[in-house]
Design a protein around this ligand. Structure first.
Ligand SMILES: NC(=O)C1=CN([C@@H]2O[C@H](COP(=O)(O)OP(=O)(O)OC[C@H]3O[C@@H](n4cnc5c(N)ncnc54)[C@H](O)[C@@H]3O)[C@@H](O)[C@H]2O)C=CC1
Ligand SMILES: N[C@@H](CC=O)C(=O)O
Ligand code: NA
Length: 437
C-alpha cells in the first residue's frame, strides 16, 4: 500500500460512462498512481437505485449510495466526477462541491451550455478546478487544446460533427439505406444516445456542444439558447438518395464562426443543422459514431481533431485525463486557468449567416416554369449556381443549388416559392456546405 495519502473521489452516476470510469480506474490504478504521485480512491458512488446488478464491476458494493449530496459533502472527498447528466440536481451538486473547494470533472454538456457561468463562478469562489473534456466530442482532446494550447492565437472558426448518435444514423442511412428508427435503436444499444435521444436527433446535444466550443474558442459566453438549432429528423431517405445522386452526403454539422464587423467589432455565429457536403469533403468520410472537428486559427492555420465522440469507454478516457489533471493540482495546491470570457462578443442571428441552399421542387410541367422560379430567386437577390430538371407531367422536378447568400434571403425565397401555383410541393430544403452542388 502506498504511504502517500490518496486523492478521494465521489462518482455521481454509474451508467454507460460511470461504469467505464470505474473499470478504467481499476485497470490503470498503478499507472495513474505513478502519474499523479498518489493513488486515486473511490470514496463512494451515487446511484439512483441500490440493488441493481453491478456485480461485474471491480468495486466494493458497500460504496454505493443514493445520497449524492451527502457523499459530496463528506470531508474525505477531494474530487467529484459527475456522469449523471441533466440540469438538476446536477447543478446543485456541482455548485455545492465547487464552493466547498472540491474539484469537479463532468461530462454534462447540457448543464455547461445552459448555465456554465454559475459553475465557473462557483469554481472561482471555492478555488477549485472545473474540467469537462468528456462533454464535447467524447474521447477527442479538443477542449484542452482550445483552453490552453491555442491561447496565444486567435481562433476564427470551429466546424465539425459533434454528435455520435446522429452521425451513426446518417452514416447508416447513406451506406445501407437503413431506416431512421432502426439506426437509432442500434446507436442507443451501443451506448451512444442520450437518456432521451430527442436531445441527439433534434440537435440539442450538438447545440450544447457548439455553445461550449464557441465560448472556449472565442473567449466569450455563448449559451445553448444562442445557438441556431435544426435537428436531423426531417432528413428523409429521399434527401439522402438525392444527395448521393449529386455526389454528396448529409451530415449534422456544428458551425461556429467569429467575424469582425465593418466597425471592427467582433461577432460570432453558432449554428447546428443538417447539411449536404460533397463526398470529397473530409467530413464526408467520418462514419459510425466518430466525430471530427476543424479549428481554424489565424496563426496556426487549420487544425483537425478526429476520434470517438461517444460510447462509455472512449468518454471515460476523457474523464480520466481530466481526473489526473485535477488530482495533480490538488496535490500541488494549484488550479487550472479559469474561464476566459472577456471578449463579450455579440451573437449574430441565423438570418445573417451566409450559406447555400439545395432546394428540390415538384413543379407543374408548363412553359415558363423555369423562368418564373428563377424570377423568385432574383427578387430575393439570391443567385442560382445550378438547376437540374427531371421528370415529366406529374413527376416534373426542379433541383436548384444556390450560391452563398444570407440565410434570411434564402428562407424568404423558399417561402415565396411555396406560394407559386406552379410549385406543387417543396420536396426538400437543405443547407449546403463545402463546395457541394
Ligand atoms: N454516453 C456517451 O457516449 C456520452 C455521455 N456523455 C454525458 O455523460 C453523462 C452520462 O451519460 P451516460 O452514462 O451515457 O448516461 P446513463 O443514462 O447511462 O447514466 C446516467 C446514470 O445516472 C444515474 N442517475 C440518474 N439520476 C440520478 C440521481 N439522482 N442520483 C444518482 N444517479 C442518478 C442513472 O441511473 C444512470 O445510471 C451525461 O451528461 C451525458 O450527456 C458525454 C459524452 C458521451
Ligand atoms: N449522445 C452523445 C454522446 C456524446 O456526447 C452523442 O451521440 O454524441
Ligand atoms: Na473531448
Amino acid at each position: 500500500m502506498s504511504a502517500v495519502k490518496p486523492v478521494r473521489l465521489a462518482l455521481l452516476g454509474c451508467g454507460t460512462v460511470g461504469t467505464e470510469v470505474v473499470r478504467l480506474l481499476h485497470e490503470q490504478a498503478g499507472d495513474l498512481t505513478a502519474r499523479i504521485g498518489a493513488p486515486l480512491e473511490i470514496a463512494g458512488i451515487a446511484v439512483r437505485r441500490l440493488g441493481r446488478e453491478r456485480g461485474d464491476l471491480p468495486i466494493d458494493p458497500a460504496l454505493f449510495t443514493t445520497d449524492a449530496l451527502g457523499l459530496i459533502k463528506r470531508d474525505d472527498v477531494d474530487v467529484v466526477i459527475e456522469v449523471v447528466g441533466g440540469i438538476e440536481p446536477a447543478r446543485t451538486w456541482l455548485v455545492e462541491a465547487l464552493r466547498a473547494g472540491k474539484s469537479v470533472v463532468t461530462a454534462n454538456k447540457a448543464l455547461l451550455a445552459e448555465d456554465g457561468g454559475t459553475l465557473h463562478d462557483a469554481a472561482t469562489e471555492g478555488g477549485a478546478d472545473l474540467y469537462y473534456e468528456a462533454a464535447v466530442a467524447g474521447a477527442i482532446p479538443l477542449l484542452r487544446p482550445l483552453r490552453e494550447s491555442l491561447h496565444g492565437d486567435r481562433v476564427t472558426a470551429v466546424t465539425g460533427i459533434v454528435n455520435g448518435t446522429t452521425n451513426y444514423i446518417l452514416s447508416s442511412m447513406f451506406a445501407t439505406g437503413a431506416g431512421f428508427n432502426e439506426a437509432l435503436e442500434e446507436a442507443t444499444e451501443l451506448g451512444y444516445a442520450e437518456a432521451d435521444p430527442t436531445a441527439d436527433v433534434e440537435g440539442f446535444d450538438a447545440a450544447a456542444k457548439a455553445a461550449i466550443l464557441a465560448s472556449l474558442a472565442f473567449h466569450t459566453r455563448v449559451t445553448a439558447a444562442d445557438v441556431f438549432r435544426e435537428g436531423m429528423t426531417g432528413v428523409t431517405a429521399g434527401d439522402m438518395a438525392s444527395a448521393k445522386e449529386m455526389g454528396c452526403t448529409i451530415k449534422l454539422l456544428c458551425i461556429a464562426q467569429r467575424r469582425n464587423g465593418p466597425d471592427g467589432e467582433g461577432t460570432v455565429s453558432v449554428r447546428v443543422h443538417p447539411a449536404m457536403i460533397p463526398l470529397t469533403h473530409p467530413l464526408a468520410s467520418v462514419g459510425d459514431a466518430f466525430n471530427a472537428v476543424f479549428v481554424e486559427a489565424e496563426a496556426a492555420g487549420p487544425l483537425m481533431f478526429y476520434g470517438r465522440g461517444a460510447g462509455g469507454r472512449p468518454t471515460a478516457s476523457a474523464v480520466l485525463g481530466d481526473l489526473v489533471a485535477a488530482a495533480r493540482n490538488k496535490l500541488t495546491g494549484t488550479r487550472a486557468p479559469s474561464e476566459s470570457n472577456y471578449a463579450e462578443l455579440t451573437v449574430r442571428p441565423i438570418g445573417e449567416s451566409m450559406t447555400r441552399y439545395h432546394i428540390s421542387l415538384d413543379v407543374a410541367e408548363r412553359p415558363g416554369v423555369l423562368a418564373t422560379v428563377a424570377g423568385v430567386f432574383a427578387q430575393h437577390e439570391v443567385s442560382i449556381a445550378t438547376v437540374r430538371q427531371s421528370g415529366r407531367a406529374d413527376d416534373a422536378k426542379l433541383v436548384i443549388v444556390t450560391h452563398s447568400a444570407p440565410d434570411a434571403a434564402l428562407a424568404a425565397t423558399v417561402e415565396s416559392l411555396a406560394g407559386l401555383d406552379i410549385v406543387r410541393s417543396i420536396a426538400s430544403v437543405l443547407r449546403v456546405e463545402g463546395g457541394a452542388g
